[in-house]
Unconditional design. Structure first.
Length: 116
């Protein structure tokens, strides 16, 4: 599923995760790295199409263990398997029977390391 939405920001972090990290008695650090995980935070601009926005919200909040995520990258696109760890937005306008939203953000967390 693809969404043509206005991106405000796409933040990237490279988190180095350890299998273990311990200090020895002499103060030296011993560690075994599992790998480097690329994680992202996406911020979306105003989506004027209420149906598109609702479909995006439903997809981002569906109770699915993992998603295949494809995002813009310096080399074109980057695809990885991950989970969506949080989604948030705020009311823009409340009407009699409906509401519109803005400020949609979500976090994508990688399932496996991007680099080992």
């Amino acid at each position: 599923m693809s969404f043509d939405i206005p991106l405000v920001s796409l933040k990237r972090t490279a988190d180095v995760l350890d299998k273990y990290a311990k200090r020895t008695e002499d103060g030296d650090l011993k560690r075994e790295i599992i790998g480097v995980y690329y994680n992202y935070q996406l911020s979306v601009g105003i989506v004027n199409d209420a149906n598109l926005y609702q479909a995006l919200w439903e997809k981002l909040t569906e109770p699915t263990e993992f998603h295949t995520i494809e995002i813009p990258d310096g080399k074109g696109t980057y695809e990885f398997v991950g989970y969506i760890s949080s989604v948030s937005d705020e009311y823009k306008k409340i009407m009699d029977n409906t509401a519109s939203f803005q400020g949609l953000t979500c976090k994508f967390t990688a399932k496996t390391p991007s680099r080992k």
